[in-house]
Design a protein around this ligand. Structure first.
Ligand code: GDG
Length: 474
């Protein structure tokens, strides 16, 4: 039984099949596990999540000192709960309907069933009075389901993606169930204050509970707090990586292999339609076409990590980007000098850090993004105070990284101007901006994020009698 339980869609490990066919687990790279690892270890914590395969019935196990509790998903649940309701309904709806969300009743039924399974697993491993922290949009019903099973628990929820304004949220046929699901938590964390306000307003208008600022008052006397906790990265770890001689050498090698251009522009994203990859590459190609940048002097390196490849929208996007890159390089490139150097693959963190070090201009232009950690990682790696960040004003990170060249990704001409301004800015101006952003990223790292959230979670409902809660009905 654990005093602290993390519940997330995925376990923080990936399965590896060894040469002799044996199964082992490798820690998946990612900020969440880095952030939570120290607190998990000191509390004998457990992590409940899907191991990533089909119908894997696994007993809880320990990997690198972490207690892992697998939740099995069937092939149809992967299709309906994960690819369907999570990534075909909620993901586009919560990102400003950048793509059209689809709503199917069987997807919803699967979402309810899988959320119930996660809640049951969490209930089975949490000690009396334990703290359970549920993560992200795939599991929004878990807080309420868990509270029904285990009224003694302290429950937190964190949403990694934006929470939409009520005009959009109102589309969702199961809007009330989602709001009630979240209200099972004591503390609900969002990336931005605006998202927390959207949520509280919706609860007041759609569920009818009394609210005041960040607080919701439930009929049974319990309070729920909704507030902003902007997520971050392990900035020191990224800086150390960037400072290492291997990464420095690799950064030089990268520049040479690109033909030693004067300017390297860089994009690093999951291949997702929210990230604005197509629009940014178009803006860049127009700069080359218009003679503002030349293929001898500049190159755009775009890394697009494969993502959700079984979802139709993602396949279409991949084809569109393939075509654009092919056309731009065919029309404007020269022998050994592509306009855009495009990789549809994922790479080790060391290679990413080397790319961040090599890049003169980092281009992050999502149409909507909860935070965007890539922007923060770039800043963390620039211990030399050099380099320029072009950042969409629709990324949560824009709230903190005010000294970036902020752009509206829907405005192609505006993006062209910002790309040129950022790359031509005097070194002094670039380093003034970078220094200020580095201060922010270093001071507000991911350990502070986790500490702030968990600290505040224990302060909500401090006097609630955790063992004597009546059943309640909204
Ligand atoms: C969601 C929200 C929010 C990327 N390619 C490779 C690789 N990455 C790493 C990056 C970064 C992470 O993946 C991507 O994080 P982002 O924040 O940019 O975007 P999402 O994946 O959409 O994340 C987002 C985040 O949750 C956290 O709350 O900020 O708004 O959408 O860390 O470095 N890592 C490696 N190889 C790659 O090829 N090793």
């Amino acid at each position: 039984m654990s005093e602290l339980v993390i519940v997330a869609n995925r376990l923080p490990v990936d399965q590896v099949i060894d040469d002799d066919g044996g199964i082992s687990w490798r820690r998946s790279p990612g900020g969440l596990v880095t952030a939570l690892e120290p607190v998990l270890r000191s509390n004998e914590g457990a992590w409940v999540g899907w191991p990533g395969g089909v119908d894997q019935q696994l007993e809880p196990f320990v990997s690198e000192g972490l207690h892992l509790v697998p939740v099995s998903l069937s092939a149809s649940e992967i299709e309906e709960f994960y690819e369907g309701f999570s990534n075909g309904s909620l993901w586009p709806l919560y990102h400003d309907v950048v793509a059209k969300p689809e709503y199917h009743r069987e997807w919803w039924d699967s979402y309810v069933a899988v959320n119930q399974r996660f809640a049951e697993q969490a209930a089975a491993v949490a000690a009396t009075g334990a703290t359970v922290w549920v993560q992200d949009y795939q599991l929004q019903l878990v807080p309420q389901m868990l509270r029904e099973l285990r009224p003694d628990l302290r429950i937190g929820f964190y949403l990694h993606i934006p929470f939409p304004p009520s005009e959009l949220f109102a589309q969702l046929p199961w809007r009330r169930q989602i709001l009630e699901g979240l209200l099972g938590a004591d503390l609900i964390g969002f990336q931005l204050a605006g998202a927390a306000q959207n949520f509280v307003r919706l609860v007041r208008n759609r569920v009818g509970h009394r609210t005041h600022r960040e607080r919701v008052y439930l009929p049974d006397g319990r309070e729920v707090r909704a507030a902003a906790y902007p997520i971050s990265i392990d900035a020191a770890e990224f800086e150390d990586l960037a400072r290492s001689p291997e990464v420095a050498r690799r950064a030089e090698e990268i520049r040479e292999s690109l033909g030693s251009p004067k300017k390297i522009f860089l994009g690093v994203d999951r291949l997702d339609y929210t990230k604005g990859i197509f629009a940014r590459l178009r803006a860049y190609a127009e700069l080359v076409e218009g003679g503002h940048l030349s293929v001898e002097d500049a190159v755009f390196v775009q890394v697009a990590t494969p993502s959700r490849e079984r979802v139709e929208e993602y396949r279409i996007l991949r084809d569109e980007i393939d075509r654009l890159v092919g056309r731009v390089n065919g029309d404007l490139g020269q022998l050994g000098r592509p306009v855009i150097s495009y990789m549809h693959s994922s790479m080790p963190r060391e290679e990413l850090a080397a790319l961040y070090r090599a890049a003169d201009v980092m281009v992050v232009t999502p149409f909507r993004d909860g935070m965007n950690l890539v922007a923060k990682e770039y800043v963390a790696c620039r211990y030399d105070d050099a380099g320029a960040l072009v950042l969409s004003e629709f990324a949560g990170a824009a709230n903190e990284l005010r000294q970036a060249w902020l752009v509206n990704p829907y405005d192609i001409n505006g993006m062209k101007t910002a790309l040129l301004d950022a790359c031509q800015a005097p070194e002094k101006e670039q380093s003034r901006r970078m220094r200020a952003m580095r201060r922010t990223v270093t001071e507000r790292d991911v350990a502070k994020w986790a500490g702030d959230f968990l600290g505040d979670l224990t302060a909500v409902n401090p006097d609630q009698d955790l063992t004597l809660r009546p059943d309640f009905d909204y």
